[in-house]
Design a protein around this ligand. Structure first.
Ligand code: NDP
Ligand code: OXD
Length: 319
């Protein structure tokens, strides 16, 4: 039997946990982990599989015989922008643990805005006893932009909390108990939305989509007083200066942001200090290394048995 091709790994994740997960997963085929300085100039010409997150631009020249690329995350935008990206199947990371983590984050952010956690924290610091009588979840409509794996799971969990949930996606979806809108119906979708949740991939169409014009079309007289913007998709989908302006001018009453146009967010960026803006450092749904390796192992096994790969990226759509 011919020797199995080692897996090439270039993940900008903490190197120790990647090394541990690799040893456990690919003992039979071996791996070339580019985070290991010993592999800096390694010959990659024989490698058939690569597991990548934000790879260096010259990687595909160094590894010209790849058969499948695996993304270290659910989003593939960092790969799509590489000029030499080979025309071979690309599999993105879809996994229960990642999906669950994202939904935890989305539900937490929506509840924090519903229950005015910002107001409570401020009062606590003043030692002020100020009971609040805000709306309940059922009074509030959450509009999710992006009804894919993550958007649909978050929608289901928000509905369990009692929120009215609506969704928008490129193509029309039919989801029981949920009003949905397609790309042409953006205005109608926004006009119903009190809390906007962004779970879109970054593509040319979604670059800069969350901007002043979009914020001004959200429902402005809803139960929270002012609409709220939440984004965990990609930072380059938001015009950050427009978020700051919308918060300062009162077009938005609050925001929760996990992703930024440039990461890490600069220490002097105004978003850190704006009223009722919650910043998290792109950790709403990190890829857990063991689950990632398990997913890659499963997909390689399918590929080598001649079965179709799952979670394939559509190059024309860009996600
Ligand atoms: P999916 O590919 O499953 O879903 C994407 C959704 O976005 C689909 O419903 C798609 O529409 C919709 N969409 C794409 N382009 C457009 C457009 N131009 N107009 C309207 N709708 C559009 O992706 P996931 O749900 O798995 O992940 C979404 C994104 O979340 C990832 O691409 C990544 O960027 C981000 N992410 C962020 C993480 C974090 O830690 N912050 C972690 C993981 C992911 P349609 O259904 O019609 O195709
Ligand atoms: C992803 C991410 O796309 O973590 O998985 O951003």
């Amino acid at each position: 039997m011919p020797a199995k091709s080692p897996i090439l790994v270039d993940l900008k994740f903490p190197p120790e946990s990647v090394a541990r997960a690799l040893d456990a997963a690919f003992a039979d085929r071996g791996s070339i982990n580019l985070a290991d300085p010993a592999n800096k100039g390694a010959d990659l010409s024989h490698v058939e599989y690569a597991l990548l997150w934000k790879p260096d631009a010259d990687l595909f020249q160094r590894a010209p015989n790849l058969k499948v690329i695996f993304s270290g995350g659910a989003g593939v935008d960092s790969m799509m922008s590489i000029a030499d990206l080979p025309d071979i199947p690309m599999v993105r990371f879809v996994d229960r643990s990642l999906t669950t983590r994202m939904s935890e984050w989305v539900v937490m952010q929506c509840l924090m805005h519903l229950r005015d956690i910002h107001g409570h924290f401020s009062n606590q610091r003043l030692h002020a006893w100020v009971p609040q009588h805000g709306p309940e979840a059922a009074d509030v409509t959450i509009g999710i932009m992006g009804l894919g794996v993550l958007g649909c799971d978050a929608a289901a969990k928000l509905k369990v909390m009692g929120f009215n949930v609506i969704g928008w996606s490129r193509t029309k979806k039919h989801i029981e108990g949920m009003e949905t809108f397609d790309a042409a119906e953006l205005d109608a979708f926004l006009a119903h939305t009190d809390i906007l949740v962004g779970l879109l991939p970054l593509t040319p169409e979604t670059t800069g989509i969350y901007n002043s014009s979009l914020f001004s079309r959200l429902r402005s007289n809803g139960p929270l007083g002012k609409p709220v913007f939440i984004n965990a998709g990609r930072g380059k989908s938001q015009v950050q200066a427009d978020i700051a302006t919308a918060i300062r001018s009162g077009v938005l009453g609050g925001a929760s942001l996990d992703v930024f146009s440039v990461e890490p967010l600069a220490a002097d960026d105004p978003l850190w200090d704006l009223e009722n803006v919650i910043v998290t450092p792109h950790d709403s749904a990190v890829s857990e290394e063991k689950a990632l390796m398990r997913h890659v192992e499963e997909q390689i096994a399918r590929f080598e048995r001649g079965e179709p790969l799952q979670h394939l990226v559509d190059r024309n759509r860009g996600y």
